[in-house]
Design a protein around this ligand. Structure first.
Ligand SMILES: [Zn+2]
Ligand SMILES: [Zn+2]
Length: 338
């Protein structure tokens, strides 16, 4: 009997050991996968006291870190904020990255022409131009010369930038399709197109542009006025190998990200056959996935999770918009046909 007890204990010990090793292996495997591709949450448009924001860079950086962001681009108007010291303090654990930036704030005919320079080597001042397109292009060229990544901001702010102008822009494939700023006219109206309609018009012309959601945060301090440009409104989820400036910028440039105001994707896959989207479901919310084609035409409306779209072969491009019954949204990037 004693011998049996002892044997039994050995078996238990062996089982525990094997299980521990196996769990360890599973974890390593998972980490390896996570090591090759991770999702990083970031906001690419933020203001501080270095222009017309209401808070010090320190406080802004802290807020975004505290609220689960992995990276933040500080983009004050015509001002490049130093981020080395901020990274030493808030990014020391390599879980959070502050990227330097500058919102090049130009105008044409009293209409705002704003572009974000992400990680330029130096501050870029507004370049001007003889018309809207030239003003945009001169600034894009200047940002690229400073090795910055460019995104065009809030096209509907002051109704400054039309789809016809965006179609002609060269060497820039990113623009804001959603902004948390309260007076930039995301939704159009009065005969003017929404920013999303502008996106589809540009895409339908054959020009590939990726859509970015941002905060354009100005007011960090509570209580917030009803028209405050608050933090936490719109962001991007970038799929990258690691949290470095190079990897994040590379993925943004390649469209390896989605934009969101509150929907989280668990997986996104696009290949020659189909697009497959797996999203996180929360509480009692109901979800809809629209697969959208040329000119904004809804190709299919899906309620399943994952939602799958099989290419028919005649689409110019397909992109998806996911929304829930509480008004949260997410947008994936367009996939162009052959
Ligand atoms: Zn702006
Ligand atoms: Zn701004």
């Amino acid at each position: 009997m004693e011998k049996f007890k002892l044997f039994f204990s050995y078996v238990i010990l062996l089982l525990v050991t094997v299980l521990t090793i196996q769990t360890g292996q599973t974890q390593n495997k998972y980490n390896q996968q996570a090591g090759t591709l991770n999702w990083y949450k970031g906001n690419t448009h933020t203001h501080t006291l270095n222009s017309d924001g209401d808070s010090f860079p320190d406080d802004v950086v802290k807020w975004y870190r505290l609220h689960g962001y992995n990276f933040l681009v500080i983009t004050d108007h015509n001002f490049l904020t130093e981020v080395d010291e901020l990274n030493k303090i808030y990014g020391a654990d390599e879980q959070y990255l502050i990227i330097q930036g500058d919102e090049v704030s130009d105008e044409f005919n009293k209409r705002p022409i704003h572009l974000n320079a992400i990680n330029p080597k130096y501050n870029i001042l507004p370049q001007g131009g003889k018309n809207t397109l030239e003003t945009l292009q001169n600034n894009i060229n200047a940002i690229r010369k400073a090795s910055g990544l460019v995104h065009i901001n809030h096209p509907n702010f002051g109704w400054a930038i039309s789809a016809d102008t965006l179609k002609l822009v060269k060497n820039c494939n990113l623009f804001e399709i959603y902004s948390g700023h309260p007076i930039i006219n995301n939704y159009g109206g009065g005969g003017k197109p929404s920013v999303e309609q502008i996106w589809d018009e540009v895409l339908a012309s054959g020009k590939l542009m990726y859509g970015v959601a941002v905060d354009d945060m100005h007011e960090l301090k509570e209580p917030w006025e009803p028209k405050a440009a608050k933090p936490g409104q719109g962001w991007v989820m970038v799929r990258a190998k690691q949290l470095t400036v190079e990897a994040i910028l590379k993925s943004l440039k390649k469209g390896n990200f989605y934009s969101s105001t509150g929907i989280e994707l668990l997986d996104y896959e696009a290949n020659k056959k189909n697009i497959k989207i797996t999203y996180k479901e929360e509480g009692h919310a109901k979800y809809t996935v629209l697969f959208i084609g040329k000119g904004g035409k809804v190709l299919t409306e899906e309620y399943s999770n994952p939602a799958i779209y099989n290419f028919q072969g005649n689409e110019k491009y397909v992109r998806a918009k996911i929304f829930d019954s509480n008004g949260n949204m997410a947008w994936t990037q367009p996939v162009f046909g052959e």
